[in-house]
Design a protein around this ligand. Structure first.
Ligand code: KG4
Ligand code: ZN
Length: 342
């Protein structure tokens, strides 16, 4: 079975084809340049750009796979969570294409896509595993016993980890998208100069809170930056970036250790945009090595939003016979625990 996957939930247009022998082709168009001047994603601009880019990307992906549209056996598109207008572009296109080809269509949960993305790698994780999902909109620890068998262990009570990276980057004037820029600046920072709190690690449980860290970064910047300019100001920002990154990585690692100990599971999967962060990966690798377990994550290009993860999740479900009826639905808010098991 060959499945076309379409991702349009936010600011990347992603298309891929996944078949029984693996990933056949994938293409991505990032809208970063479009939103950069506004300092964040402008939903209406995102929708219009998906409209412009989706059909050409589908043609390109089919060409790269050496296939015709008539070779497709199903179409999967992100149905949520995400920006409503942006989701409707992928959903409308995907449904129409599937209908015209006479093949089934399926709306995929974006976070399930992220969660299953490590399955696209040469050493996929085996079930059961614990997944730390860290994206711009979500921070979740999930116990995974199979496709669609998800138990939420903990989540952020306020900002997601990626959102905290983006907001802190914004106040350090690093532009959009902030996460990678903040991580790059942190490399030049002094890890000893500031120590930021590790929120909610002093109490039991697996929930997170990241909104206080950005406030901590702001007050540190305000207190320390008086009279600074040029290189000195840049050094201060680098030191703050490093302290912030260390605090987020440490907090995530503390909760991951707890989740692995509580569940007794030996594999930890890291996925979502923040899983591209090198320090987080190194920390989780070390943690799992200490536990005699393994850490698995997607290649960097599949940590952030992409079509391949949607094609893969869709392939899993479509080949199990799941598909939509002719009525169609998108879900800007959608709890992953409500998904049917495969
Ligand atoms: O999964 P994703 O592409 O989109 C959502 O589903 O939200 O995640 C995007 C998030 C953004 O907040 C971005 O700043 C963050 O992932 N991100 C990073 C890094 N690369 C992307 N955060 C920290 N370090 C990185 N290297
Ligand atoms: Zn995402």
């Amino acid at each position: 079975m060959r499945v076309l996957g379409i991702e349009t939930s936010c600011d990347e247009t992603g298309v891929a084809i996944y078949g029984d022998d693996g990933l056949l082709a994938h293409t991505l168009y990032s809208q970063v340049a479009l939103h950069a001047e506004y300092g964040g994603v402008v939903p209406e601009l995102a929708s219009r750009d998906h409209v412009r880019k989706l059909a050409p990307l589908v043609h390109q992906t089919l060409a790269e796979a050496g296939l015709q549209a008539s070779d497709l056996d199903g179409v999967a598109y992100t149905a949520g969570p995400g920006l409503a207008g942006a989701l409707l572009v992928g959903a409308g296109f995907g449904r129409a294409l599937a209908w015209s080809l006479g093949v089934p269509a399926l709306g995929v949960h974006h976070m399930e896509g992220h969660l299953l993305a490590p399955m696209l790698e040469s050493e996929p994780p085996a079930f059961p595993f614990v997944a730390l999902l860290v994206s711009g909109g979500h921070t979740q620890l999930v116990e995974v016993s199979g496709v669609g068998r998800y138990q939420l262990l903990g989540a952020s009570v306020d900002d997601a980890a990626g959102e905290a990276f983006d907001k802190t980057a914004k106040l350090l004037e690093l532009g959009y998208p902030g996460g990678p820029a903040l991580a790059a600046l942190a490399e030049q920072g002094d890890p000893e100069r500031f120590r930021f709190p590790r929120p909610m690690t002093d109490r039991p449980g697996l929930d997170f809170s990241f909104s206080g860290l950005k406030t901590f970064a702001l007050t540190t910047l305000q207190k320390e930056s008086a009279g600074l300019a040029g290189d000195e100001l840049k050094r201060l920002k680098a030191d703050i970036a490093r302290a912030f990154e260390d605090a987020v990585v440490d907090t995530l690692a503390i909760k991951c250790r707890r989740a692995v100990e509580d569940t007794g599971v030996g594999t930890l999967v890291l996925a979502g945009g923040v899983s591209a962060n090198k320090r987080l990966r190194a920390r989780i690798d070390g943690l799992m090595a200490e536990h005699g377990g393994v850490a698995r994550y997607p290649r960097p290009a599949f940590c952030t939003d992409n079509g391949a993860m949607i094609a893969y999740a869709g392939w899993q479900r479509l080949r199990a016979g799941q598909h939509e009826t002719l009525a169609f639905d998108i879900r800007p808010r959608w709890a992953m625990e409500t998904l049917a098991a495969v």
